[in-house]
Design a protein around this ligand. Sequence first.
Ligand SMILES: Cc1cc2nc3c(=O)[nH]c(=O)nc-3n(C[C@H](O)[C@H](O)[C@H](O)COP(=O)(O)OP(=O)(O)OC[C@H]3O[C@@H](n4cnc5c(N)ncnc54)[C@H](O)[C@@H]3O)c2cc1C
Length: 329
Amino acid sequence: MGLPKFEHLQPESLDEALGVLSEHGEQAKIIAGGTELLVSMKQGLLTPNYLVNLKAIPELSFIAYDEERGLRIGALTKLTTLTSSQVIQDGFSILAQTANLVAAPPLQNMGTLGGNLCLNTRCFYYNQSQFWRQARPRCYKTGGDLCHVVKGGNRCFATYQGDMAPALIALEATVKIAKRGGERVIPLADLYTGKGKRPLALKANEMLVEVQVPMSASAWSGEYQKLRYRGAMDFPLAGVAAVVGRDGSETCSKAGVVLTAVGTGPILVEEASVLLEGQGVTDERVAQVASAAHEVARPVDNIGSDPSYRRKMVRVLTKRALVNAWERE
Ligand SMILES: Cc1cc2nc3c(=O)[nH]c(=O)nc-3n(C[C@H](O)[C@H](O)[C@H](O)COP(=O)(O)OP(=O)(O)OC[C@H]3O[C@@H](n4cnc5c(N)ncnc54)[C@H](O)[C@@H]3O)c2cc1C
């Protein structure tokens, strides 16, 4: 499985990169660490004419925090840098913990936060070699009109399996998206369309440049729980991020619970804030939030492991994540 032919472009400033993206549109793909993109290209899933490499743009790689603006992380920041950063460890430890659970250390050394947040959705029938795929009719994800997983399904059910988005959505993060001549800031949750076929609300000429967490470092604590086959390596089969705020009392001031790998995008468990904010975090309320998480999880049989088992585990992981986050306060 060799790489298809492409032209490698290495802009040296953000403006230059945005110009190149605007010029080449759908013909170009951004490459950051390349840990997902190059595999997809070898499998013939993507065949861009141009790869726009970000690695010569130092302004995209930084971690900054101050009380007024909160936390800001450049899109090109490596996952390893998140894990080892004192700022992240001290004030946003869930991000260090989660980055440390992505794939394996060599991939964390290459992989970036921006690349992680912009992962494609995955499916057993999609993430295969071209040779393997051509033995079957095209599915929605590859331009056809059927789903091999949900028989009779009228849309693509490919699963979103990114690890970093749930914790950041629970932290109410926003992302800065730039294009030539302009930029916009949107809640990270809105980056995800919830559509298996086209999971990101990002145009071909746009780039995610910065992640912003607008709150004080001391106000929250969190925990990410991940189910996977091999602890040393794999994508999540289910993942739950829980973030809680206590403000020094026994009452929960803020609560956010977000799921991954059990749907076509990250899933916010809305009941978490309704059930926990302004209340104590009791076993009974934790169980209610875990039931709500179980209710909204929609795994299908396309990434390995039995979907009903993965759904059951969402309840277990939610309890563990919430209790550990609360006890860490
Ligand atoms: C064996 C294996 C195991 C893995 N396990 C996990 C796992 O457990 N959890 C997990 O979350 N991921 C996993 N991954 C996926 C991947 O390694 C990580 O998600 C990594 O963080 C991706 O970052 P990257 O910089 O390498 O992305 P790239 O491969 O460079 O890019 C990924 C996608 O994002 C786009 N992109 C990159 N940067 C930007 C930007 N700034 N703006 C807009 N678009 C951008 C690219 O065009 C591409 O479409 C795994 C990969 C492999 C090969």
